[in-house]
Design a protein around this ligand. Sequence first.
Ligand code: NAP
Length: 259
Amino acid sequence: MNIRIVVAGPRGKMGAEAIQMIHREENLQLVGCIDRKHNGKVAENLPDVPIYEDAEECFKHIGADTFVDLTVPDVGYKHTKAALEQNIRPVIGTTGFTDEQISELSILSREKKLGCIIAPNFAIGAVLMMTFSKMAAKYFPDVDIIEKHHDNKLDAPSGSSIKTAELMKETRNVKDQGHPNEKETLIGARGADFDGMRIHSVRLPGLVAHQEVLFGGPGQTLSIKHDSYNRDSFMEGIKLAIEEVMNLEELVYGLENIL
Ligand code: NAP
């Protein structure tokens, strides 16, 4: 059976890559797009499927099974809610949803008994990097996360770095790192503070998505590092999520929970 999919953000870097992946896979079928610039048109460089500006209108008119969002946080959140309300199962790659938005979507998803997957990182290697970091944090409470992304990224720190810190919080003994009397002579020099762990965000052209989790202990350091060199690295995870969301009846946050 083909899984019928609507994609939001088809002109974006991730959206365009996701559409190519859907075309390659025999069991997946693109049936519509949501794009703020091409209402009702079949635009050049976009697939030959109906394009809607309005998500609700799209979901009402198109019989889709799943919806993939690769846009920006505020819009992605509204799209996700609209999809669930129309009984369509969302797979969300858009990063930057707030905790409140995620819990609201989680409640809606459970009420509707509909699967919804939100994953700040669809690269399987990145998910393993997070899992290994969670293991290491039990033994190394001193840890900094250095995440590096292209300079068009809107949110900082990245969703993946926050997710990594959340996972490490489950195993790490709470500790304020660094010297108790340390002073930042330039604000931000020590990075963002997440439960005593530091997150540093680098934004530069040429980068895609990279993260290093650096642990320090007496006489040793441990570095766990993952690099996405292009957006193809996320597609295997998106495909898996599209297939798995069909079997779920609630919201799952993080790809590690469906691997
Ligand atoms: P991008 O190239 O900037 O694409 C974003 C797309 O969203 C564009 O098509 C853009 O259209 C559209 N958009 C922006 N504002 C909109 C609005 N108000 N209404 C409707 N559409 C709007 O970005 P990207 O690199 O593809 O990334 C897209 C999202 O995926 C980001 O949130 C990023 O953090 C996330 N991401 C997730 C993963 C993961 O593994 N989960 C990996 C990489 C990226 P315009 O051209 O008209 O602005």
